[in-house]
Design a protein around this ligand. Structure first.
Ligand code: NAP
Length: 490
């Protein structure tokens, strides 16, 4: 384990600038227990942050409940202006926030800067949506009365986020919640609390009223969050994380029939037809596979290449991946960061060994690196058999697993043969085939000739076990609104 003194002054200052308490009712609260924040590139402890107890959790919900009526009554234009200020503040602070994110999570600085821009854009997008809530005034078909249809905030919301996009997964929920008039309790992942605490401080600074946003960091999420889900005062759970945890939380939500949005795991197929522009397909595969060192719900998990171009595609992808410098994300030129922890490396190692044991061939990579930090090198596997475990579980690492196919109908059937349905990618220059396959794929999103689909202005979300609801886009705010109909007798 490296000592804290190995940090540069800029790194130390960035970490020291982030508050480490719980943020409840507009105040920072220290706790007797703390939890460590660890740099996955070195194993060094960066700092300690507050570790909330169940009582702290209930206090946060009380604060959100008390603030709810005032926030709902705040004119949409004021809510919008606050979100715009937060958007600007995030962008102005990009360098500090990106450095903090890279240190606690590992992604290369360029990607962390990209995430800050992406995260800030959710605030701008929902600032624009806050003033466009519509309703209706309709004649009853039988005559005599009118239907007034209006939309109201759902109420205090619980927002639970993962470690892989520690800022953007927060703003993707906080943005629409605040725009709709909902207060919230946010629980970031234990491994990446600093980004959310830094965000809370920014929201406080731009003038978000006390209690509207509350942040709980905890090492024990079940005992802290379950009472909040079961407490009748919370009206909504928006969760991003694994399908396994999502299913457990859905069971709790059933007890109070709580509204839910679930952004869960994926198992994305990436399909390359022999008429694809191979340069475009390789760029797309690289983006879909290597973003966040493969630790994304949208990561290309199964790569299907039509037989005629399979060898060339694999060889060119291997050349590109093996040229990507790996290291601590704060170092110049690094494009591949560490995985989040030792378990993640062990999982990738096990999945690769299983695939190779079943007949896959390693073109590049294929073995973990020694030394401190949780590194696994970019890896390309070909001839991966359908029963390899990595085709049925999220790899969450920099491993491109390639197999071949012959016909369109065959590859669609194979791509859809999974309980997941978040995103898929298709590469072909034949527009009719492209659209036909996009429609046939059972996923909430498809990238046609592109390897990135995330955009705050587009509806993000999955079908089947990848989730419920959509974040971003024109419908993202609906997740935090209830429709009310008022029957008016004339
Ligand atoms: P995770 O283990 O499911 O955790 C997600 C969040 O849930 C964390 O904040 C975690 O806290 C919390 N949590 C765990 N158990 C809980 C409980 N009993 N009650 C309340 N909260 C609980 O997922 P992860 O490893 O952080 O993230 C990776 C997963 O997220 C992958 O499956 C990925 O595909 C998915 N993901 C999906 C999307 C999407 O938009 N569909 C986006 C990003 C990531 P702790 O950190 O303390 O465990």
């Amino acid at each position: 384990m490296l000592a804290e003194t190995t940090l540069t002054a800029a790194e130390r200052n960035a970490v020291a600038s982030v508050p480490t308490g719980l943020y409840i009712a507009g105040r920072w609260r220290d706790t007797s227990a703390t939890l460590p924040v660890i740099d996955p590139a070195t194993g060094a402890v960066l700092c300690e942050v507050a570790d909330a107890s169940p009582t702290d959790g209930l206090d946060a919900l009380t604060a959100a409940s008390r603030a709810q009526p005032g926030w709902a009554a705040t004119p949409p234009r004021e809510r919008s202006d606050l979100l715009m200020r937060a958007h600007r503040a995030l962008l102005d602070d990009t360098e500090r926030l990106a450095l903090v994110m890279t240190m606690e999570m590992g992604k290369p600085l360029a990607e962390a800067r990209g995430e800050i821009a992406y995260a800030a854009e959710f605030f701008r997008w929902f600032a624009e949506e806050a003033v466009r809530l519509d309703g209706g005034y309709l004649p009853a078909p039988g005559g005599g009365s009118r239907f007034v249809v209006t939309r109201q905030p759902v109420g205090p919301s619980l927002l639970i986020t993962p470690w892989n996009f520690p800022m953007a997964m927060g703003t993707r929920k906080i943005g629409p919640a605040l725009a709709a008039g909902c207060t919230c309790v946010v629980k970031p992942a234990e491994q990446t609390p600093l980004s959310m605490l830094a965000l809370a401080e920014i929201l406080d600074r731009v003038g978000v009223p006390a209690g509207v946003v509350n942040v709980l960091t905890t090492s024990d999420p079940g005992p802290v969050m379950t009472p909040l889900i079961l407490d009748g005062r919370s009206r909504k759970l928006s969760f991003t994380g694994s399908t396994e945890v999502g299913k457990r939380l859905l069971e709790h939500c059933a007890r109070t029939v709580m509204r839910t949005s679930m952004e869960l795991g994926g198992n994305a197929p990436l399909i390359v037809f022999d008429d694809a522009d191979l340069d475009e397909a390789i760029d797309g595969a690289l983006a879909a596979k290597m973003r966040n060192t493969g630790q994304a719900c949208t990561a290309a998990n199964r790569i299907y290449v039509q037989r005629g171009v399979a060898d060339e595609f694999a060889a060119r992808l291997a050349t590109r991946l093996s040229a990507m410098p790996m290291g601590r994300g704060t170092e110049a030129g690094v494009l591949v960061g560490p995985l989040i922890d030792g378990d993640a490396v062990a999982k990738v190692e096990r999945l690769v060994a299983d695939a190779v044991g079943r007949g896959a061939t390693v073109l590049v990579g294929g073995a973990r690196t020694d030394g401190p930090g949780h590194f696994y090198p970019p890896t390309v596997l070909t001839g991966v058999p359908e029963d390899a475990e990595l085709f049925h579980t999220e790899i969450f690492g920099p491993v491109a697993a390639i197999t071949t196919f012959d016909s369109e109908s065959e590859v669609v059937d194979r791509a859809n043969d999974t309980p997941y349905g978040l995103v898929s990618y298709v590469f072909t220059q034949n527009l009719r085939r492209g659209l036909r396959v996009c429609e046939a794929l059972d996923t909430g999103m498809v990238g046609l000739n592109q390897g990135v689909v995330s955009n705050p202005a587009a509806p993000f979300g999955g079908v089947k076990e990848s989730g419920l609801g959509r974040e971003g886009g024109l419908t993202g705010i609906d997740e935090f609104l209830e429709t009310k109909y008022i029957g008016v007798r004339l």
